[in-house]
Design a protein around this ligand. Structure first.
Ligand code: GAP
Length: 449
């Protein structure tokens, strides 16, 4: 029995209707497993990314930021092991032309033999024998399409950090142990993408590579494991929906000596799934790049007069998956005392919510719209607000509840004379009268609480 119900279909519909997430190129029938972030989605994603950057870079003296390019020298991916090792075994159906991972539990019988049965068209004996399928997107650089111009879209941001290890270290004069963090796009030609934005072919990563002296790596690994779990909890993700999963020998990526996933329980049959990986990559990547580029990527410790290739502890998170976790975690349907209609609420943390306050005139007369518009305009430079004067006030509250807006400000009959407004809190539904002059400070304090 799943611990939590499956709410994915409801979320996909809400996300589209309210402008969080749209299918890419929808008017042409959509692009498989690629998604666009609408006005609310991009606010939420940026809030998550800024939260990560603040936590991982700005608040630490031993972590530096970087933004390396998506396109890199093709030898990078030979050195990193991605050309030979970033593969999944897959099978094709000769009848319906569909493609599956060879270990897809829906496949009956053995692919490549007469009893292998296609899970899509149901034909027997049409599945080919498993072949290795590389997950990297390949394209050409420059006007000539030959093997010399092949280039890859990066499948992880980490390699851009490794090849810049000495650039950053020398420019910042950081001493090992120190880290380099970046946020950027990554691409994987996943064989079985799906579950909305959970597994897509274009996505983002927030990765940090922490360079340490060999021998101290497991200590730092434990440190970063704890730090990253603490961060996920700080987003308001429920304690009982978070857990660690340790990779067994057969799960470890080609570069990893040890790995733990932070998993979130997405509910339904998806259940607990990875939202971040913490990896001990040893000296695999730096050593490989030294070998392939013939350039030294060593660190000289002036204190001990020792020269060594650092080990790397990596924290690799996906903002798209974390965004989905935050939506799943916050979604609830509830009845409201004294009202016939229930409400849908996105219980997002105020600091993460895309819109911080709705601003409404109670009715469209007696100067209320003018006063409400002025309040919205005055607040807008400080945080995103939404002015709404259409429909009954109850409906306007519901529209904000559904997108996670923590506060609704209403200008009513008393407002002009008393210079006050009501502030309604999303979760408790409590209303407080607040002076217009102190409204901004009042909200700012509650938004960061
Ligand atoms: N540099 C190490 C690395 O890339 P990973 O576990 O393959 O490790 C890290 O990826 C994170 O990137 C995952 O925890 C997940 O959040 C995100 N991610 C990976 N593949 C993804 C995909 N196809 N769609 C969305 N997010 C993905």
């Amino acid at each position: 029995m799943p611990n939590h119900p499956d709410i994915m279909d409801k979320l996909v519909s809400l996300a589209k209707r309210r402008g969080f997430i749209f299918q890419s190129s929808e008017i042409y029938g959509g692009t498989g497993s690629v998604w666009d972030y609408g006005p609310l989605g991009i606010e939420l994603k940026r809030n998550l990314q800024e939260r990560w950057w603040q936590e991982m870079v700005r608040s630490r003296e031993n972590v530096e930021g970087l933004d390396s390019a998506i396109l890199m020298h093709p030898r990078v991916w030979e050195a990193s092991g991605h050309v030979s090792g970033f593969v999944d075994p897959m099978v094709d159906c000769k009848n319906c032309k569909k493609r599956f991972r060879a270990d897809d539990p829906k496949i009956k019988g053995t692919p490549g033999t007469p009893d292998g049965q296609c899970p899509a068209c149901g034909m027997k004996g049409t599945l080919g024998a498993p072949r290795q399928f590389n997950l990297m997107f390949k394209t050409f650089m420059g006007p000539v399409e030959d093997s010399a111009s092949i280039i890859y879209l990066r499948p992880e941001t980490a390699q851009g950090t490794y090849v810049n290890f000495l650039n950053v270290q020398q420019a910042t004069r950081q001493k090992v142990p120190f880290g380099i963090a970046q946020i950027g796009k990554a691409f994987r030609n996943e064989i079985t993408p799906g579950n909305f934005i959970f597994r897509t072919r274009e996505f983002e990563q927030m990765e940090m590579q922490f360079f340490v002296e060999p021998g101290t790596d497991m200590e730092w690994f434990e440190y970063w494991k704890a730090e990253r779990m603490r961060w996920h909890r700080s987003l308001g993700l429920m304690e009982n929906r978070l857990q660690f999963h340790q990779h067994g020998e057969d799960e470890l990526a080609h570069y990893a000596r040890a790995a733990f996933d932070v998993q979130f329980d997405f509910g339904g049959s998806l259940g607990f799934q990875e939202i971040e990986g913490i990896h001990n990559r040893g000296d695999f990547d730096l050593s490989q790049h030294q070998k392939f580029s013939s350039k030294k990527l060593e660190y000289f410790d002036q204190g001990t007069n020792k020269r060594f290739t650092p080990f790397v502890v990596e924290t690799a998170a996906g903002p798209n998956r974390i965004l989905l976790a935050v939506l799943v975690n916050g979604y609830r349907e509830e009845s409201v005392a004294g009202e016939d209609e229930g409400r849908v609420v996105l219980g997002l943390q105020p600091a993460l919510a895309p819109i911080k306050a709705g601003v409404f005139p109670l009715v469209k007369k007696d100067g209320m719209p003018e006063m409400a518009k002025k309040i919205a305009q005055d607040l807008r430079p400080s945080f995103p607000v939404f002015y709404d004067d259409s429909g009954a006030i109850g409906r306007r509250y519901r529209r904000q509840d559904e997108i996670g807006t923590p506060f609704c400000i209403t200008v009513d009959g008393e407002s002009a004379a008393a210079n006050t407004v009501t502030v309604r809190e999303r979760d408790t539904l409590q209303q407080e009268r607040v002076s217009t002059d102190s409204l901004r400070e009042y909200l700012l304090k509650r938004l960061t609480a």
